[in-house]
Design a protein around this ligand. Sequence first.
Ligand code: BES
Ligand code: MN
Ligand code: ZN
Length: 497
Amino acid sequence: MIIRVLEKNAPDALVVPLAQQENLGAQLAALARLAGLDPAALQNDFKADPKEVFVVYATGTATRKFYLVGLGKKDNFQTLYTTLRAFCFRYRNKLPRQLGIDLRHFPAAQLPRLADAAVSGMLLGLYQIGLYRKDPEPNTVPLFGGAKSELQLLVKTSRHKEITAGARRGEVFAGVIRDVFDLMNAPGNKKNPGQLSDWIERAGKDSGLKVRILSLKELKAKKLDALLAVGQGSPHPPAMALLEYRPKAGKSKVPLVGLVGKGVTFDTGGVSLKPSSNMHFMKSDMGGAAAVFGALLVAAQLELPVQLVAAVPIAENMIDGLAIKPGDVIGSHAGKTIEVIDTDAEGRLILADGVSYLHRQEKPDVLIDIATLTGSIIRTLGYAAAGLFTQNDQLAAALTQAGENCGERLWRLPLWEEYAADLKSDVADIRNFSGKPMAEAITAAKFIEQFTDGHPAWAHLDIAGMAFGDTELGQSKTATGYGVRLLVEFVEQWIAK
Ligand code: BES
Ligand code: MN
Ligand code: ZN
């Protein structure tokens, strides 16, 4: 797809995103006059409600078709992104080869950001989920998105360079998030730990990342015992992916950000087996890994002036004769012994090894782990925000702000010492579950905290409700891409300060 930023042009069809603001009536009247329609009728029929689409056929103008698309009350990054994604998905088989997005009515200062939103939204609306379908959907001859198709951003300003950069950013995010979608939507039998490691290694190296996969032998040598224990019930051995992105030489020294993402390729719960009704969704239990991997890919492809190191512990949590059992005591990279009360609380075990390994090995200035960690965070925050846990107020503020800016919300929960009491074990240094059905997202965070060696800028993000959910892209729950933008935009802002 060719993406162009233009001031004057008349594409075959023009998408006009409109918000419910004071000048909506005047905007519609102008459009009505251009298309030869009755202004009052158009004002009556299109209210710019969220995701409302109204198609106008015009005669006497070079552009014959206008798609008026409602943004609701807000015309910010997130609404433009989600609205255009939903629009493009819904109309993807009807859109012409050459499509324009009218951005001329937005403030010039916002255009680089809105160009990013528009491009990433449109491109991701073309996402096709049927990875393993033999028959393509009937009647799909997509013109837009096919060969020689073109997306034109129409703007009224001379700041083309910045807007083009914004559009390019949107294109990169969309490409990376498309890969993250594929990874998340892939079933457990197509992304076992070996396959996921291979995927990360290949795609990472293609984008210029430094990638190293720790094999079973190396995991043992480095005493990543908690990760090994979680993986021991699976015929597919666990692994740890180590990724690194450094900016090209000549850039001034910037803080090193360390990222750890939970990469459970399938979570049966292990011997503490999950109920079967929704177990298939547990193929998405590598959402933290996907977000971290995606963030590094974006940084590399955009050559961002940031420094990132990442550790992605990868394992399949299976039920088996060799699997860990409730009550087993295991070791960890940090040296602490852990009593495994519940084998379904496996995420915190592999993250414990991930954060202590990355911290000790790389000494990052900021340490963030991200994981589909608990059902409890869904009962707490629903599908509106991920949980944020940190003792560092400055870090909390920066992460929250980044989430606000890109529409990937975070909400902070406490890490008071009272919550650690329930993790005391009689036989080991710590246990992985209190056994009490309360504040489970918080005690999970408290557990991981014990493995950070008191890092002054550690944060934990519980994205269980956000990584996989209801979207227009599929019938059932599908990948959302949550976390990729959040991490990238957080790091950019953190470094700018
Ligand atoms: N992967 C799950 C958490 C999860 C739940 C992710 C729903 C996405 C959607 C995690 O490993 C888990 O099983 N957590 C348990 C912890 C409990 C045993 C303390 C949970 O939340 O029930
Ligand atoms: Mn689990
Ligand atoms: Zn899990």
